[in-house]
Design a protein around this ligand. Structure first.
Ligand code: G1P
Length: 277
């Protein structure tokens, strides 16, 4: 059973400067809820109860968010304002949080390896909070993306990446896979390239920020040399796993917003405002 979810959250969020100068990008609110909370809620819905967050300097606000705020809670006690805290209180009751700091920024693969002491020797999920994923009752049975992937893991017992078809002119922003289709929404990965030029991309199936990883990934990451952008890439480590065993690409059901970009963030905000408020 998968119980742990790793959140690499040490990045600077430069695309959102100046908002992110002193505030973690994971704390940017989509309407009135920070991005990281959407990710944690998705993980809880998937049955995970141990949130492992890889943070960095200047990211204390995240730890405070998932903790009690005595002064505030005392102030609003007994008033209807307390209702606004219900969601976050439920989260704090249903899971644990552990943190470790990434001292140097050496890429997503390095961030995941930094989280190893919080994960240990078991399969785990990874959520990149700036990809906001929401279940969509018109597409699938209402499960969140991570819940769909956990189900798939129970069946296949190997690493799984969530993929989505994107326009060819956007593949350079993503890890891109190619593979044999083994079900209409599952590919067995045979090729995987991080941020390819359009002409080098093996397909338009882009990896989005949801992964299930088997723990042998840590040993592979230790041996992985820097790739694109001089960074240790999870994509390169996964390609090794795919060659030696099996990695699946899963075309998830639901909606995904790229909240790492201003346009995606605005789309997510409009969508959530209409849907939830
Ligand atoms: C990372 C991964 C990339 C993946 C993307 C999804 O890139 O390296 O393979 O497609 O997340 O959001 P980043 O967006 O951190 O540059």
């Amino acid at each position: 059973m998968i119980k742990k979810c790793l959140f690499p959250a040490a990045g600077y969020g430069t695309r959102f400067l100046p908002a992110t100068k002193s505030m973690p990008k994971e704390m940017l609110p989509v309407v009135n809820k920070p991005l990281i909370q959407y990710g944690v809620e998705e993980a809880i819905e998937a049955g995970l109860s141990n949130m492992a967050i890889v943070t960095g300097r200047g990211k204390r606000a995240m730890e405070d968010h998932f903790d009690v705020s005595y002064e505030l809670e005392h102030q609003i006690e007994g008033s209807d304002k307390e209702l606004h805290l219900e969601g976050i209180r439920n989260i704090m009751e249903s899971c644990t949080f552990s943190y470790t700091r990434q001292i140097e920024m050496k890429g997503l693969g390095h961030a995941i390896l930094t989280g190893e002491p919080l994960i240990g020797d078991e399969a785990f999920a990874v959520v990149l909070a700036d990809d906001l994923c929401l279940a969509d009752e018109d597409d699938g049975d209402g499960d969140g993306v991570l819940a769909q992937m956990v189900k798939l893991y129970k069946q296949f017992r190997c690493s799984i990446v969530a993929v989505e078809e994107v326009p060819m002119e956007e593949v350079h922003k993503y890890g891109v896979i190619k593979g044999e289709m083994i079900r209409d929404d599952i590919f067995q990965v045979s090729e995987m390239v991080e941020k390819p030029a359009t002409e080098d991309a093996p397909s338009n199936l882009a990896i989005i920020g949801r992964y299930i990883l088997t723990p042998d990934i840590f040993d592979i990451l230790r041996e992985t040399t820097p790739g694109v952008g001089g960074e240790i890439q999870i994509t390169d480590a996964l390609m090794k796993q795919a060659k030696e065993g099996c990695v699946l690409g899963y075309k998830f059901k639901g909606k995904r917003f790229d909240c790492g970009s201003i346009a995606g963030f605005i789309d997510a905000t409009n969508y959530c405002f209409k849907k939830f408020y």
